[in-house]
Design a protein around this ligand. Structure first.
Ligand code: 13P
Length: 252
């Protein structure tokens, strides 16, 4: 299992962008402009087809590589899926679990997020558990109920040691890909609620579980979001596709 990640954690989620060739080009350009990796953790969640290319292209740099999803079984007749064991073999160190697009576009359930978290940990991958409310849930005053339910469902079976290995990403669904960013105060509020629940389970160790904010993070708002209380990193979609923009965020 990887060492605890130094914070801030700057993570790029490429979603369904960049095959091996464009991934290689990104890495070449990114390492020219990226800030030093000491004192921070930089992660790239590449499409599975490009993970080996990214690993090779960044082999001399301390940049973690993640996959965007896994199946909970190790292997079997699951056409189109990939397992934690396979991701690990390909060089991945991290995996996104429960991203809002998995939940809302592909119907992933809370129960499945728990199985995926367990599979990731069993294979030494660090799960980045994503939680977040829709705009309807937020307007109905259900923010806390939704994000704490998602956290609880995915982690209730974990012992303290495993829970401390997780990273959490708070990504309000209404801020993803919309250009609408949560304010630093919104982020701090949601993160504080997540931290409170972690504290009930982990006491002082809860401070060591990084909570990332995601949703329209750009070079010009990254610094103020990272400065907000209880925000130890960012999970970046669109702006992580451009090596210069991602480097600016990593330096923020
Ligand atoms: P955007 O930064 O494009 O809003 O995406 C956020 C996200 O979903 C990262 O996982």
């Amino acid at each position: 299992m990887a060492e605890p990640s130094p914070t801030p954690v700057i993570a790029g989620n490429w979603k369904m962008h960049k095959g091996p060739e464009s991934a290689r080009k990104f890495c070449r350009e990114f390492i020219q402009v990226a800030p030093p990796t000491t004192g921070r953790t930089i992660l790239i969640f590449a499409p599975a087809l490009s993970v080996c290319t990214v690993r090779e292209a960044l082999s001399e740099h301390r940049i973690g590589i993640g996959v965007q999803n896994i199946h909970w079984e190790d292997e079997g007749a699951f056409t189109g899926e990939l397992s934690a064991a396979m991701a690990k073999e390909a060089g991945a160190t991290h995996v996104l679990v429960g991203h809002s697009e998995r939940r809302h576009v592909f119907g992933e359930t809370d129960e499945q997020t728990a199985w995926k978290v367990a599979a990731a940990l069993a294979h030494g991958l660090v799960p980045v558990l994503c939680v977040g409310e829709t705009i309807e849930e937020r307007k109905a005053g259900r923010l806390e109920e939704v994000i704490l339910r998602q956290l609880h469902a995915a982690t209730t079976e974990l012992d303290e040691r495993d829970l401390r290995r997780l990273l959490i990403a708070y990504e309000p669904v209404w801020a993803i890909g919309t250009g609408e960013t949560a304010t630093p105060a919104d982020a701090a509020d949601a993160h504080g609620r997540l931290r409170g629940r972690l504290r009930e389970r982990l006491g002082d160790h809860a401070a060591g579980v990084p909570i990332l904010y995601g949703g329209s993070v750009k070079p010009d708002n990254a610094r103020e979001l990272l400065a907000a209380e209880d925000v130890e990193g960012v999970l970046v979609g669109g702006a992580s596709l451009d090596p210069r923009d991602f480097a600016k965020i990593a330096a923020a």
